[in-house]
Design a protein around this ligand. Structure first.
Ligand code: GLN
Length: 172
């Protein structure tokens, strides 16, 4: 059972992708929702707001604890990547809104092994430094935009908004 953090932001689009893949999922809004989860998707949205609610409901400490379980898969998109870096779950220095304003949003198609994945960059964070424990799976203009650190994945972009289920299928 995959959890989808549903405190704020674009969780619905992730649910649609998981439905398409027929992966069972459940919304996570408090610690009452986390029993039996094998992973968590952290959507895009506003990282400051999401972080505030996570702290309020104790989900930040829960996530830090779960992240140390190599069998628990975590995937953060955009604001989700910022949260993972903020909580020091992902060893990366991330600059918020580094791809410009809403109007500067763009859709990119990027190779990932044999796959071609599509994703929207919307006020996306840019990875300035990637820690030694993490690896870049996709670079865009020489910058890592999809990274993995063991059981943790994060993308600067939104495949779910492009209706692209390939990354979710690969991770989960
Ligand atoms: N700019 C947002 C933030 O800093 C992230 C945007 C997004 O998730 N699409 O939290």
């Amino acid at each position: 059972m995959i959890g989808v953090l549903a405190l704020q932001g674009g969780f619905k689009e992730h649910e649609d992708i998981l439905d398409e893949l027929q992966f069972p999922h459940r919304r996570v809004r408090s610690l009452d929702d986390v029993e039996g989860l094998t992973g968590l998707v952290i959507p895009g949205g506003e990282s400051t707001v999401m972080k505030m609610f996570m702290e309020l409901y104790g989900l930040d400490e829960w996530l830090v604890e779960r992240a140390s379980d190599e069998n628990f898969k975590i995937y953060g998109t955009c604001a989700g990547m910022i949260l993972l870096a903020d909580l020091r779950i992902l060893d990366a220095v991330v600059k918020r809104n580094a791809y410009g304003r809403q109007l500067d949003s763009f859709l990119a198609e990027m190779p990932l092994g044999d796959l071609n994945v599509r994703g929207h960059f919307i006020r996306a964070p840019k990875i300035e430094t990637l820690g030694a424990k993490a690896e870049s799976l996709i670079d865009h203009d020489g910058v890592p935009v999809f990274v993995r650190q063991g059981n943790i994945w994060a993308s600067s972009f939104h495949p779910e908004l492009a209706g692209d289920s390939q990354i979710h299928a690969t991770i989960f």
